[in-house]
Design a protein around this ligand. Structure first.
Ligand code: ZN
Length: 256
């Protein structure tokens, strides 16, 4: 489809602004701090950011990645989350156009960016994101793709399959393999994308996780634990599924 310049500009602006908000979520949600007040501060010297210090990406570049007052390094995570959100928003706009489905998918992809960063930093997938995600995904599916029936099956398949794997692993090894957070996250992915895409997400993230896990084992020689938490792979796979999952599933089915 062709991109309207005005729509594209709005999507870029929205991506940067929401990416900036996601940085607040990533920093504060795991610490159980309010998302709205107080305003952003330098974690090192407490300097309260002014509007000019808070422009997505640009402020980071202008300040050369340091606090204006104490010159402490600011994590590169801030501009990266803003850029990634904007890029993913634009890709979704190019796939879905200016449609109601775009709005709901932008909400979905923003949640995936937050879960990716929080899991990477804190090894945690907060219920405060995944559980409302299940509800919102199901509600949207009443009028939008994948449709309510596929979404309900998606929740049950996504949550259920991972729960069963975790339970079997626990009985077999006596060790907790996957956290309950992964199960709820996959249920949320099922609610937004339907059962086919939840299966795609599960397969894609497992392969990506195994490949990267093997590379890490080869480099580090030993240590069977994955270097990265499973939720990070789930987020990447879910974003791919949201954008291109339907084509990939159709292509795969066509092979047989
Ligand atoms: Zn500072």
């Amino acid at each position: 489809m062709s991109a309207e310049p005005i729509e594209l500009a709005i999507v870029v602006f929205l991506g940067l602004a929401i990416g900036s908000f996601l940085n607040v979520v990533v920093h504060r949600l795991p610490r159980h701090e309010s998302l709205v007040s107080p305003g952003s501060r330098c974690p090192s010297c407490g300097y309260a950011l002014r509007a000019a210090d808070n422009i997505p990406v640009l402020s980071y570049v202008v300040l050369l990645g340091r606090c204006r007052q104490c010159r402490t390094r600011i994590s590169a995570r801030y501009p990266l989350v803003e850029l990634a959100t904007a890029v993913l928003f634009v890709l979704h706009y190019l796939v879905f156009g200016w449609t109601p489905l775009l709005a709901i998918r932008l909400l979905f992809v923003a949640s995936m960016v937050a879960l990716f960063a929080i899991d990477l930093e804190h090894r945690l997938l907060p219920d405060a994101i995944t559980l409302p995600g299940v509800v919102i995904g199901l509600a949207a599916s009443v009028v939008l793709p994948p449709g309510f029936r596929d979404a309900v099956i998606g929740v049950l398949a996504g949550g259920g399959v991972l729960w069963a794997i975790g339970e079997a692993y626990y009985r077999y090894s006596g060790e907790e393999g996957m956290g309950g957070g992964d199960v709820k996250m996959l249920a949320m992915i099922g609610a937004f994308l339907g059962w086919q895409q939840v299966m795609f997400t599960l397969v894609f993230s497992s392969i990506a996780g195994s490949v990267i896990g093997l590379i890490v084992i080869a480099i580090k020689r030993g240590g069977m634990k994955y270097a990265l938490p499973f939720g990070t792979f789930l987020s990447i796979a879910a974003v791919v599924a949201s954008l291109y999952g339907e084509q990939i599933v159709r292509w795969y089915a066509g092979l047989y």
